[in-house]
Write a protein that binds this ligand. Structure first.
Ligand code: NAP
Length: 248
């Protein structure tokens, strides 16, 4: 039988390192990636097109991919249009561009996992913008236009009036969850049967989560690994915590 192969972004520490460990425990070969060059890791800054291209070439030459875990993420200090742009560049566009680049090499039955957050719950947005994001017919173009309007509204100081939270991380994860639904619809007609879902790891003890977080990296990684190894006929376009579907 062919080796199962996975790519994990931001695998050098925190939840990504633990996802890698658990995938390997499941007998899956993991191509670990890290933003900075490190021994044993493919260098992947998810905001760098050249890094993404190099990884896609490697995966293709390697014979294909069975799982992608988009785990790399940032939670930046402060809140202004620049913070919003830089946060979206990693948490939303990074995950989107890596997924798009690796999709052609995905084998039948491949799984895509987005490590999202409780901050990605729709309740973070109010009014018309919320209705637009939650629209089951939302397209990729529509989603991109919405996040661009968020950044413009932050720059203009009108974001709160329009229903956006004053939190770039939250908007990036809400948009990531919307992307999961868009991708699930885009992939529904793909004969490879690829499933794409988002995980809420809960509040986890990592550099991002801090020491007082109640959950271990093992807890935070488990559902991502479960989603990365879902059997045929599993869910797609969903949001999960502790292996249970949760409302978005
Ligand atoms: P972490 O320890 O801070 O790890 C973040 C990882 O993302 C690091 O490997 C980091 O690389 C990488 N990264 C950041 N920017 C990147 C870029 N441009 N390109 C590639 N990699 C990049 O945090 P964590 O808690 O494990 O977070 C992992 C994921 O879980 C994130 O998506 C986060 O939003 C999500 N999450 C965490 C919690 C929590 O409580 N910890 C809760 C909800 C969701 P460097 O080492 O080079 O910085």
């Amino acid at each position: 039988m062919q080796d199962r192969v996975a790519v994990v972004t931001g695998a050098n520490r925190g939840i990504g390192a633990e996802v890698t460990r658990q995938l390997r425990e499941n007998g899956i070969r993991v191509i670990t990636t890290s933003r900075e060059p490190l021994d044993g890791f493919a260098t992947l800054d998810v905001t760098r097109a050249d890094h993404i291209d190099a990884l896609a070439r490697r995966v293709k030459a390697d014979g294909g991919l069975d799982a992608l875990v988009n785990n790399a993420g940032v939670s930046l200090d402060g809140f202004d249009a620049d913070v919003a742009r830089r946060t979206l560049a990693v948490n939303l566009f990074g995950a989107m561009h890596v997924t798009d680049a690796l999709l052609p090499s995905m084998r039948p039955g491949a799984r895509i996992v987005m490590v999202s957050s409780g901050m990605g719950e729709l309740s973070g947005v109010r009014g018309e913008e919320r209705a637009r994001i939650a629209d089951p017919e939302l397209t990729r173009e529509g989603l991109l236009a919405l996040v661009e309007s968020f950044v413009r509204d932050v720059a203009a100081g009108t974001h709160a009036r329009r229903g956006w939270p004053s939190n770039a991380y939250s908007v990036s994860k809400i948009a990531m969850n919307a992307l999961v639904r868009v991708l699930a619809r885009e992939l529904a007609a793909d004969p490879r049967g690829i499933l794409v879902n988002a995980e809420n790891p809960g509040w986890v003890r990592t550099r991002m989560g801090g020491r007082s977080a109640p959950r271990s990296v093992e807890d935070g990684a488990r559902t991502a690994v479960w989603l990365a190894t879902l059997p045929e006929g599993g869910p797609s376009g969903g949001f999960f915590r502790d292996e249970q579907a949760i409302p978005w």
